[in-house]
Design a protein around this ligand. Sequence first.
Ligand SMILES: C[S@@+](CC[C@H](N)C(=O)[O-])C[C@H]1O[C@@H](n2cnc3c(N)ncnc32)[C@H](O)[C@@H]1O
Length: 258
Amino acid sequence: MGVDRTESRIRQMFAAISARYDLLNHLLSGGIDILWRKKTARLLGAPRARMLDVCTGTADLAIEFLRTHGGTFHVVGADFCRPMLEIGQRKLRHVAAAWQYLLVEADAQRLPFPDDSFDLVTVAFGLRNVTRHDQGLREMIRVTRPGGLIGVLDFSLPRVPIVRSLYLFYFRRILPLIGQTIARNREGAYEYLPASVLEFFEPEEMLQLFAQHGLVNCRAISFTLGIATLYVGQKAAPAEIAPGKRPADLVSVGGVGG
Ligand SMILES: C[S@@+](CC[C@H](N)C(=O)[O-])C[C@H]1O[C@@H](n2cnc3c(N)ncnc32)[C@H](O)[C@@H]1O
C-alpha cells in the first residue's frame, strides 16, 4: 500500500510539526538544505521577477530569493497549512519590506491565480507531498507566463551504490528516530518523509513528466551526491512550438547534471 498523502493527513501533519519544522530541517540535513535553497535562488533568479513559491511552508525558499535578489523581487508564497504560513510570515517581516511578499492560504492543486501570472514558479520539498503530483505541476505551469521558468527542488537518492546504501540507512533508521523524538507527533511525520521520497519520481521520471506537460529546455541539477535535485523547465512561448511538432519533441531530456 502506498503512503497516505490525502490532503487532510498532509495538512494535519505539517500543522503538528510546524513549530519544530525549521530546526529539524537544518539538524537532519546538517544545514545543507540552506545551501540547496541558496543555490536554487542563484540559479533561477532573474531581476524584476514576479515569483510564486508553491507549498512555501515557513517561507525559507521565498526568503532566499528575496535575500539573493533584493529589492527588485516580488514573491507570493502559497500553502494550505496555516500554522506553517504564520511562522513564514513572522520570518519574512525581518528580511523584506511588506510590499515585496504576500503569503496566501491555498491548495497547490487549485491555485487562486489567473493563467500566465508569474515569471517564475517554484516548489521546494513540496510537490512530493501534494496528493496529485500531476495536478500540482499542471497548476504551476498554468500560472507561469509563456517563457517563464518552473523550478522543483526535492530529495532524490544518491546514484553511487555505497553512498546510496549509507544514505538509505541514515534516512530510514536514524532520521525517523531523531525527527520523532524532537518533534513528537501522532502523524509519524518523520517516518512519512523517507517513505514519500522512496515513492517519488526518479530524476528521469521527473524530466519525462516535465516533457509530457510541454515544458522545454528541461534539466536536472543534482546537489550533494544526488541527495537533492533541482528540476528546471521553461513554459514554451507560442513561437517555440513549431507547427507539426508536439512540445515534448522540443525538450532536451539530458542526463542528470551538476
Ligand atoms: C516539506 S514542507 C516544504 C516547505 C518549504 N517549501 C521548504 O522548502 O521548507 C511541504 C509543505 O507543502 C505543503 N503542502 C503539501 N501539500 C499541499 C497542497 N496540496 N497545497 C498546498 N500546500 C501543500 C505543506 O503544508 C508544507 O508546508
